[in-house]
Ligand binder design. Structure first.
Ligand code: NAP
Length: 267
């Protein structure tokens, strides 16, 4: 039986890269998206093709849900339960940047609330629901197939979890909160055999960074990152695939930097 994974925000960008990395490993996939159904369907078709090319047969489903909304999160989990029966991997990837990069002294409460609801509260309570479900199905799974008793939850955070950008403080606060969620859930879920990880991307080429491409082109060329190139959704997908393949069995609460070395202090 294939392992199963739910990836939030997998229609485009990093989430799509994660789905494309898991497909050839033989994971059945649930592609969540917020609005862009055509992109989600395209990702699903590309995942099926990638799996087939690797000699695997997988099932791929798409489900629209705004992870900031409690009712839509509940519907997403209920869809996952009826489609797959149980879940081996949750990847909390969906996230947004502020619609306006406003200076800290001008930034609005509306933007703050929206960013926190989508980037922090949504993943927190989605994880709560999924973790309860994983725990509930743990004994049955261990009986039926011991190799599947190790489940995982991954949060896609950001270098903004520890880097102060004064023109998008709301985003930074939301990602710093995600880093704490990882520690909390890792500590709480370890005894249930559920590993929790933070994958922390740096500057990745997606629609999110499109509007600031020229600025980042310059910064990267000037040496902002020791590895002087943009990151790609595939870079992040490969880190998630390593975790999904059980390559870090004695680690939980771990931060995997996928940032071209941005986090290094150099002199
Ligand atoms: P992106 O290209 O803008 O894609 C965002 C994805 O999230 C899309 O699939 C979108 O669905 C979905 N989404 C947005 N709001 C949602 C909601 N409320 N509910 C469900 N899905 C939602 O962004 P990205 O660059 O791939 O970013 C993905 C994650 O990586 C985010 O958490 C982001 O903060 C983080 N990150 C990005 C970078 C970077 O440089 N790009 C760096 C560090 C961390 P639709 O297609 O339906 O709109």
């Amino acid at each position: 039986m294939n392992r199963t994974a739910l990836i939030t925000g997998a229609s485009r960008g990093i989430g799509r890269g994660i789905a494309l990395a898991l497909a050839p490993l033989g994971h059945d996939l649930l592609i969540n998206y917020a609005r862009n159904e055509a992109a989600a369907r395209q990702t699903a078709a590309d995942c099926l093709a990638a799996a087939r090319a690797a000699g695997r047969e997988i099932r791929v489903e798409c489900h629209r849900a705004d992870i900031a909304r409690a009712d839509e999160r509940a519907a997403l989990v209920s869809f996952a339960r009826s489609a797959f029966g149980q879940l081996d991997l949750l990847v909390n990837n969906a996230g947004i940047a502020p619609s306006v990069r406003a200076d800290l002294l001008e930034a609005t409460e509306d933007s703050f609330d929206h960013l926190i609801a989508t980037n922090l509260k949504g993943p927190c309570f989605l994880t709560q629901q999924v973790a309860r479900w994983m725990i509930e199905s743990q004994e049955r799974l261990a009986r039926e197939d011991a190799s599947r008793s190790s489940r995982k939850i991954i949060f896609i955070s950001s270098i903004s979890a520890y880097t102060a950008s004064v023109n998008r403080g709301d985003y930074c606060v939301s990602k710093a909160g995600v880093a704490m969620l990882v520690k909390l859930f890792a500590a709480r879920l370890a005894t249930h055999g559920i590993g929790v990880y933070e994958v922390r991307p740096g500057i990745i080429a997606t629609d999110m960074t499109g509007p600031v491409k020229d600025k980042y082109d310059r910064l990267i060329a000037d040496g902002l990152t020791p590895i002087r190139r943009w990151g790609t959704p595939e870079d992040v997908g490969r880190a998630v695939a390593a975790i999904a393949q059980d390559l870090l069995p004695f680690s939980t609460g771990e931060v995997i930097n996928v940032d071209g070395g941005f986090h290094l202090r150099t002199l």
